[in-house]
Design a protein around this ligand. Structure first.
Ligand SMILES: CC(C)(COP(=O)(O)OP(=O)(O)OC[C@H]1O[C@@H](n2cnc3c(N)ncnc32)[C@H](O)[C@@H]1OP(=O)(O)O)[C@@H](O)C(=O)NCCC(=O)NCCS
Length: 197
């Protein structure tokens, strides 16, 4: 029987530079030193937190891919437990050798070990290969995560308001309201002066 060349283990801090390369597109936009430091934190947190695991897949002894697993609830208001497999990712040169399957297998085993009934993962909306791969494993789309910079959304919300309700007016009005509320609070906390009725 052919020996599988894929093996799985937990990440160690020494893996951080390679994982920064692997996850280059999904880490926060900052310099490489800080990204590696971020990953050391993530790896240490996963190693010491119950309900987290950072799994590294090696192919013939070389790091080929990784996935971050964490136990959570389906959403903050849906308390069904779930294992999130965050950013399963395989270096392009190791793809189509069963590494991605091994990473999802690790997520399913983690859920099974803990008696958790669901697993979830994400796939970049534009990646046909990744979406087909997930669909074949029965991971169907359930929501689209929409992301924007906070000021971009604020800008659109402001532009949608009638002209009279835009900031400038609003911040002045808010300040007046805050000052009035403070005056009223001070009045209610001041003991009545002798002779007042
Ligand atoms: C999606 C991804 C994780 C899959 O990783 P992978 O290592 O290529 O996965 P596998 O090799 O297990 O399976 C991929 C395909 O190769 C096939 N395959 C597996 N072993 C194979 C082998 N030895 N020979 C030929 N084909 C093989 C699988 O059947 C599968 O086919 P399918 O996509 O038609 O279902 C990888 O493509 C990736 O990192 N993509 C970019 C990142 C991404 O979008 N990740 C998702 C969330 S961020």
């Amino acid at each position: 029987m052919a020996r599988s060349l894929v093996s799985l283990r937990c990440a160690t801090p020494a893996d951080a530079p390679t994982l920064a390369e692997l996850w280059a597109e999904v880490l926060r936009r900052t310099d490489q030193v800080e990204r590696i430091a971020d990953l050391v934190t993530v790896i240490e947190r996963a190693a010491t937190t119950d309900g987290q695991r950072l799994v590294v897949a090696e192919y013939d002894g070389e790091i080929a891919g990784a996935v971050h697993l964490h136990v959570a609830t389906m959403t903050p208001i849906n308390l069904e437990p779930i294992v999130f497999a965050v950013s399963p990712h395989v270096f392009p040169r190791f793809r189509r050798h069963g590494v991605g399957t091994a990473l999802i297998d690790a997520a399913v085993s983690y859920a099974e070990e803990r008696g958790i009934g669901h697993v979830a993962t994400g796939a970049a909306a534009g990646s046909r290969d990744a979406n087909r791969f997930m669909a074949r494993l029965s991971l169907g789309p359930q929501a689209v995560l929409r992301v924007a910079a906070t000021p971009a959304v604020r800008g659109r919300l402001t532009a949608q308001r009638p002209a009279g309700q835009r900031p400038g007016n609003r911040s002045g009005r808010q300040l007046t309201q805050v000052l009035a509320a403070r005056r009223s609070l001070r009045r209610s906390q001041t003991p009545p002066s002798v002779g007042s009725h």
